[in-house]
Ligand binder design. Sequence first.
Ligand code: SF4
Length: 365
Amino acid sequence: MFQRPLSAEYTGLTPEETVTRIAAAKATLGSDLAILGHHYQRDEIIRWADYRGDSLKLSQIAGLHPEAKYIVFCGVHFMAESADILTNDDQIVILPNMSAGCSMADMASIGQVEAAWEAFGEVTDTSRIIPITYVNSTAAIKDFVGRNGGACCTSSNARKVVEWALAKGDKIFFLPDQHLGRNTAVGLGLDPEADMLLWNQNAPDGHGGTTPEKIRASKVLLWTGHCSTHARFKVEQIEKAREDFPGVQVIVHPECSLDVVKAADLNGSTEYILKVISEAPAGTIWGVGTEINLVSRLAQEHPDKTIFCLDPVVCPCSTMYRIHPHYLLWVLENLVNGVVVNQVKVKPEIAANARIALQRMLEIV
Ligand code: SF4
């Protein structure tokens, strides 16, 4: 996604000037505006959020506030697309920086996914394969899933959606995060070797680096995608945390690899991690395997507990980080002047089936 650079009028502002002008623009826009802030956003952005949450929660919140003409989504591109799909036609969804994408969502293009589906169709009956896409995917992938009888899932409800799909068909095709797919299927008792395959869309053989026999034998067809942020967590970091902090409890996100999830004490979505640590007794120690802005905020909000990120090298989601306060100010001041910049609009023909995939998920859970 292309983002034109901001002018010096914005980039030259001090933090104090930026704060003053954002506050003024926000006050002028009043109830016409809702600012949504994903948990992984930096504090300088989160302070302006009317609502905080994970991607789906925020999109649903947007849909519940039709009075807000402008939804400014401080997150990444696929989240703004979901918000556009779930809000009414009169609401305008804005992403402050169009280059805030998601490396995982970018690992599955619709052309690659259609090619894989066609390849599956050459060796098995695709009407018996139920596609599932993590919400961290483009609207085009959600559209593919919706028109092929599948559903979206989040890291909170993946288990229920996978159970539903396995009851409905013979196999599932899980996009785009191999780790969430594998971790969820293992949690349901499936074997990562015997029951699953990894379809490598970049394999030089043009057949996913697998065989027709393996496709027919597998119950779970995983896409080769991952989150660059959560891929940084390793078993050695957990072992080190246990050495350095006797009594530590390790909690990780299911976008981490299977060995990391197995080595942790607990795993779950961002909202789950927040809930478990917030409700834990004072004095407890937590090693956390997820995005650093979230972990740092948790540590600040719970000074009675020891909370640290498992990765000793800071690991922000680099694309989330592209939402700088200068960009937020730029979109807000344009709105004050009656100009909409950086609108995210999903084409109606894609939005229809993508909405079906999202709604199926909401009916399942
Ligand atoms: S944390 Fe990972 S999955 Fe989430 S937006 Fe960043 S790159 Fe994408």
